[in-house]
Design a protein around this ligand. Structure first.
Ligand code: ADP
Length: 252
């Protein structure tokens, strides 16, 4: 999506960023800007540095060299965390929490209300978020009783309740049943149409080429950054993966 008429501004901005956990770098000289309203997928083989790149973008790691900015601020100093909705692969904490879907989504309001009670307006935002992700009928169900796809929707609703305008998803459909995967990507697309910036780390190349407008292909270095249709016809994929990779059923 293009984010409609919303003024474009940099959400994520990496400038010549390098990082290593040890002396060997796992991200080397990465520069890229993601503007508000974009839908960008990061692809690359296992161990290519995708999660590390995401942590650098979100300020969870600091670059050894170069500069990482989030909403225009140095990423590690960024403190408006509710603007960023993060959905991880397993949503593992959810498995332990004996609370309902509505209670999870309510947590999205906490940064807005401090330790106070939620107002009627806050609760309406919670219920709107549940409706947006198609989970209104499951509001009172325990999060532990949901399918993988429903659980991911609940976590997106929590981000929406927090008024996130950047959604970062790290392989969000791992563990989601096949029938629910397309609907999940359709939800991301409609959120993006509403102006939310989407950054998707994804191993399913078919999903990437079907849904993301822009692809960043990584293997320590950025091999490709551009429109998805150009990516499909480029040799970046083969170079980054070091092997021939097909877009449907391949790539793993
Ligand atoms: P991807 O997400 O593409 O699978 P990662 O960013 O997780 O790649 O990992 C990139 C490289 O960094 C891998 O070689 C991995 O083993 C290494 N790595 C990741 N996290 C750590 C860590 N916390 N400490 C040391 N090495 C790490």
């Amino acid at each position: 999506g293009t984010g409609g008429d919303a003024a474009r501004r940099p959400v994520i901005d990496l400038s010549t960023v390098s990082f290593g956990y040890t002396s060997a770098s796992v991200v080397e000289d990465a520069s890229l800007t993601i503007n508000s309203g974009e839908y960008v997928a990061v692809v690359g083989p296992n161990g290519s540095g995708k999660s590390t790149l995401m942590k650098l973008m979100l300020g969870l790691l600091r670059p050894d060299e170069g500069d990482a900015r989030l909403f225009g601020e140095p990423a590690h100093q960024f403190d408006d965390g509710q603007r960023v909705g993060y959905v991880s692969q397993h949503a593992s904490a959810a498995k332990e929490m004996p609370i309902t879907v509505r209670e999870v989504v309510k947590m999205g309001r906490f940064p807005h209300v401090g330790f106070g009670f939620l107002s009627a307006d806050d609760w309406r935002i919670v219920d709107d978020a549940l409706a947006t992700v198609g989970m209104a009928d499951f509001a009172d169900r325990r999060i532990t009783k949901l399918s993988g796809g429903q659980r991911q929707r609940a976590f997106i609703a929590r981000a929406l309740a927090g008024e996130a305008d950047l959604l970062v998803l790290d392989e969000p459909t791992v563990g989601v049943d096949a029938e629910s995967v397309e609907a999940f990507y359709a939800l991301l697309e409609s959120l993006n149409d509403d102006g939310i910036t989407v950054l998707l780390i994804e191993h399913d190349l078919g999903a990437v080429t079907d849904h993301a407008a822009r692809v960043v292909c990584l293997n320590r270095e950025v091999y490709f950054d551009g429109p998805t249709d150009e990516f499909v016809h480029s040799d970046a994929l083969a170079r980054a993966f070091g092997t021939a990779v097909s877009f449907r059923g391949g790539g793993e």
